[in-house]
Design a protein around this ligand. Structure first.
Ligand SMILES: *[C@@H]1O[C@H](CO)[C@@H](O)[C@H](O)[C@H]1NC(C)=O
Ligand SMILES: *[C@@H]1O[C@H](CO)[C@@H](O)[C@H](O)[C@H]1NC(C)=O
Ligand SMILES: *[C@@H]1O[C@H](CO)[C@@H](O)[C@H](O)[C@H]1NC(C)=O
Ligand SMILES: [Zn+2]
Length: 481
């Protein structure tokens, strides 16, 4: 080892590469991600979404996987998105810290993180609104609203297509069409911002299963729906078909966080000991239904659920939207376990592949009836299979009847039990569907059956039918002898 290497190699590396808890600006953010990729090239990929912010700042993502860049069957995908509101900055730094932690833990052969990365594809988008972050930072970061919106003064968490309005209308009309509703949109309330468009394309393109969006200004895990059923700006509980599962997801984060679920902590906006008139989410376990807090239209959370197979919740990470850099290490400690435990939730419920005799079946529908209680209760939100015929159905512990169906095939239903204490893998339930074309239902053929037996025709599988026909013919030819 020569002098130059020590001087320009080690010293330089030591000075620039250690992860530091601070507010990383828009130029530093991709450098942090690149540095992590340099340290952990085999399990990471850094990429930018399809278009940049209004001011041209790329929206960078770091991905963790044992095959970066590729979806693999049986490996569910999860994401964290932060800094949608530019002046809510804690999530942005936590995601940079989480990325650094994943890499370090992987290099140190941490069993739990190693297993997570080998079984899951994880995407982290630290900043969805870099322009708002810049404005908030340039103006001191303490204003409740400055920097919240993007550079067109649009609140990005109100800019997504309002699919809630569609699902509520279908509900009222009793139409059972309950997923992938983006194609039912005929008109947008407002033009899409570049940041929204980029994130929508990403959400539609990658088969995400689980997600969380990070905000600040309160301390609570918020779950769908965010919009009231009447659409009115009132506070009323607006349950989604997956209310139990969503509440469980939100509680996972809240209870693993240092004090989100603490019943004794003060509410964020209380000024005296008596804060009974204000929300104190600690008293309700650190979770809330979105619309029960306040109703909003055009949010990203409900869009994920209603446009794709992804389940997203919204995390309010603290009372202070722009905490000082000195508070970041402590915030990391307060959130670290929650950030990891929540990602493991992508392995809850049931997963599998749907095939036919020649291969994977994409866009098969997986529907579920909850048969845990006395009365079977359908969960009116189906998920669909992806590129490899694979599906992931998040569920809480219980007994379920799961049906796989696809046009042109006979549906199959199977019973599955999701056990308590499920941790590192969903219950595997595969389906092989039979095309309807392999069965006889033609009048002509059944006429023959009728002639032979003189009964009502029944539908038989072709192979069975042919056996029956052979038997009949043999019987008849025996008669002649
Ligand atoms: C990446 O994978 C290669 C090939 O398996 C291996 O030689 C190398 O040590 C790995 N690098 C790291 C940083 O894990
Ligand atoms: C948009 O960006 C420009 C250039 O940085 C800045 O002067 C302006 O205040 C920003 N507008 C908003 C609404 O953020
Ligand atoms: C299924 O029903 C049981 C009993 O009512 C309940 O505890 C569980 O949360 C339900 N699961 C889902 C996913 O709704
Ligand atoms: Zn926010």
């Amino acid at each position: 080892m020569n002098f130059h290497f020590i001087l320009f190699g080690s010293l330089f590396v030591a000075a620039s590469c250690e992860f530091v808890w601070k507010h990383h600006n828009n130029e530093e953010l991709p450098l942090v991600l690149e540095e992590i990729h340099r340290k952990c090239p085999n399990i990471t990929r850094v990429y930018a979404l399809s278009e940049p912010s209004v001011l041209g700042v790329p929206l960078y993502v770091i991905e963790f996987s044992d095959k970066p860049g590729f979806h693999q069957p049986y490996k569910p995908e999860a994401k964290y998105v932060a800094n949608i509101h530019g002046n809510e900055v804690l999530g942005r730094e936590l995601l940079l810290g989480l990325a650094n932690y994943f890499c370090e833990a992987y290099l140190n052969n941490d069993q739990r993180i190693g297993l997570l990365i080998h079984t899951t594809r994880i995407h982290l988008l630290p900043s969805m609104n870099p322009d708002g972050w810049q404005l908030a930072t340039d103006t001191g970061g303490q204003d409740y609203l400055l920097g919240r919106s993007n550079n067109h003064s649009v609140d990005l968490n109100r800019n997504f297509p309002d699919l809630d309005a569609i699902t509520f209308e279908l509900e009222r009309e009793g139409i059972n069409h309950n997923n992938h509703l983006l194609r039912d949109i005929t008109r947008l309330a407002a033009p899409l911002e570049p940041e929204t468009r980029a994130v929508m394309r990403w959400i539609m393109q990658i088969p995400f299963v689980l997600s969380a969006a990070m905000h600040g200004g309160d301390l609570v895990a918020n779950y769908p729906y965010d919009e009231s059923r009447s659409g009115a700006p009132v506070a009323e509980y607006s349950a989604s078909p997956d209310d139990d599962t969503f509440r469980d997801l939100a509680m996972t984060y809240a209870t693993a966080h240092a004090d989100m679920a603490s019943k004794t902590r003060p509410g964020c906006h209380s000024t005296s000991a008596d804060d009974s008139s204000l929300y104190n989410f600690g008293k309700q376990g650190g979770v809330t239904n979105g619309a029960a807090w306040y109703s909003l239209k055009g949010g990203m959370q409900d869009f994920n659920y209603l446009a794709t197979n992804a389940f997203e919740i919204t995390l309010e990470l603290g009372c202070d939207k722009y905490p000082p850099a000195s508070a970041l290490p402590r915030e990391w400690q307060r959130n670290k376990e929650a950030l990891i435990q929540y990602l493991w939730k992508v392995h809850s419920g049931i997963k599998g592949v749907v095939t036919d005799d020649s291969g994977f079946l994409q866009n098969a529908i997986i529907s579920v009836v909850n048969i845990t209680g006395h009365i079977p209760r359908p969960i009116i939100h189906d998920v669909t299979t992806g590129l490899y015929g694979d599906y992931y159905r998040l569920l809480t512990p219980g007994h379920y009847e799961v049906t796989a169906s696809h046009p042109g095939y006979f549906p199959i239903s199977r019973i599955a039990t999701v056990p308590y204490g499920q941790q590192t893998s969903a219950v595997i339930l595969n389906f092989e569907l039979e095309p309807t074309s392999s069965w006889f239902d033609e009048e002509g053929a059944l006429g023959f059956y009728e002639a032979a037996y003189g009964t009502q025709p029944r539908i038989y599988k072709r192979s069975l039918y042919e056996k029956v026909v052979r038997n009949i013919l043999e019987l008849k030819s025996n008669d002649k002898h």
